[in-house]
Design a protein around this ligand. Structure first.
Ligand SMILES: NC(=O)c1ccc[n+]([C@@H]2O[C@H](COP(=O)([O-])OP(=O)(O)OC[C@H]3O[C@@H](n4cnc5c(N)ncnc54)[C@H](O)[C@@H]3O)[C@@H](O)[C@H]2O)c1
Length: 350
């Protein structure tokens, strides 16, 4: 067996925009079935992705013996019940973020999948961006010294859209932080191999009239004592922000622009430093000693699907375990609490 056969639940959103095209290019994946709630749309997607079957309910898709793994990309309120049903049907699961509305639901799914020996991963495809993987390796080898400061930024322009589930906290669990900051927190933890232990946050809805936050700023302390900041905003125009990723250590820094996002693009420069003594002249030359980090551009969604398949087909380590996504949700819960109560919140490490 050298291919994993996928069923896609909620195939018409990000799945259609990114993951299904990525899956089509994956070396070890085949698409057995797609599910969408509208019959005609399901059929359109079936044809587009050359899938043998189109369904309008997850029950039908999960009863299909050709489906070995499911990719769940439905709105967040549907995640828990669909993942529960998928595990009940013995299917491996890749699920979009957040794993479930409630942390306890995510924990219950982790336990169930472990009992049933099913793979359960989260859709943190930014982990698979080649630049982020190189940075993780560099940091783990001590290439930037001891990491002391981190920043990740993800913003977009997201005005009011009638009926949009993301803009209703009861359906999304939160706004810019839950939707986009979630990737930033995960990336910083992934690249450093260290987890956030304390968080302080400001949250607000300063531009739009919906009930979720359009502005979220977090400051965290990590286990390794690094300070990290995350900014997630729904009210910065798409062409105004570069979605910066910044990693500073006692031996240099990595400064990336445009790598946080849905493509394998962007740029990144590195500085390797050997600071020695204090330079009281402070006559810096910011461009001196900067090196560009290069990588072969690749589709992070394809790499995500291939990695999930390789864990099952070749026994490779799961690269985005759902446990780590639920840990990110604990940080997010701490951030919302911090913003409500105006204080620093400790994050339980599980
Ligand atoms: N990793 C990424 O790049 C990325 C990007 C965007 C969204 N997401 C995540 O993907 C998920 C979906 O977001 P989206 O932007 O695609 O939303 P969306 O609303 O654009 O698409 C969701 C799709 O699911 C369908 N749907 C609605 N109810 C359903 C149900 N009960 N069962 C199955 N399908 C149902 C809808 O018809 C729609 O086609 C969310 O968890 C979101 O956070 C991830």
């Amino acid at each position: 067996m050298n291919q994993l056969s996928w069923g896609v639940i909620g195939a018409g959103g990000i799945a259609d925009r990114r993951t299904l095209p990525g899956m089509m290019q994956a070396k070890n994946a085949s698409i057995a079935a797609v599910m969408e709630i509208d019959r005609n749309f399901a059929e359109v997607l079936r044809k587009k992705y050359k899938a043998p079957k189109a369904y309008t309910s997850e029950e039908e898709l999960l009863a299909d013996p050709a489906v070995e793994a499911v990719y769940i990309a439905s709105p967040v309120t549907a995640h828990y019940q669909q993942a529960l049903a998928a595990a009940g049907a013995g299917k491996h699961i890749l699920i979009e973020k957040p794993v479930a509305m409630k942390i306890e639901e995510g924990e219950a799914l982790i336990k169930l999948c472990a009992e049933k020996k099913l793979q359960f991963s989260a859709g943190f495809m930014m982990r698979f961006h080649p630049c982020h993987r190189k940075l993780r390796e560099l940091v783990s080898q001590g290439g930037l010294g001891k990491i002391v400061s981190l920043r990740a930024q993800l913003t977009c322009w997201y005005p009011e859209i009638p009926g949009a589930w993301r803009q209703d906290p009861a359906l999304s669990g939160g706004g810019a932080l839950m939707d986009m900051g979630i990737h930033c927190i995960d990336l910083l933890q992934y690249i450093t191999g260290s987890r956030a232990v304390r968080v302080s946050a400001l949250m607000g809805t300063s531009t739009f009239s919906y009930a979720v936050e359009d502005s979220a700023s977090l400051i965290m302390e990590f286990e390794n004592h690094a300070h990290a900041s995350v900014d997630a905003f729904f009210n910065i125009p798409d062409d105004a922000s570069e979605n910066r990723l910044e990693i500073y250590g006692t031996g240099g820094c990595a400064l990336a622009a445009g790598t946080i996002g849905q493509t394998g693009g962007g740029t990144c420069s590195l500085v390797y430093s050997n600071p020695g003594g204090y330079n009281n002249q402070q006559n810096r030359n910011e461009s001196q000693g900067r090196q560009n980090l290069s990588w072969e551009e690749a589709n992070p969604y394809t790499l995500e699907i291939e990695s999930f398949g390789d864990s099952l087909l070749k026994g490779k380590k799961t690269e985005a375990p759902a446990e780590e996504a639920v840990q990110v949700q604990r940080v997010i819960a701490g951030a919302y609490q911090s913003a409500r109560e105006g204080r620093v919140v400790e994050i339980p490490l599980v």
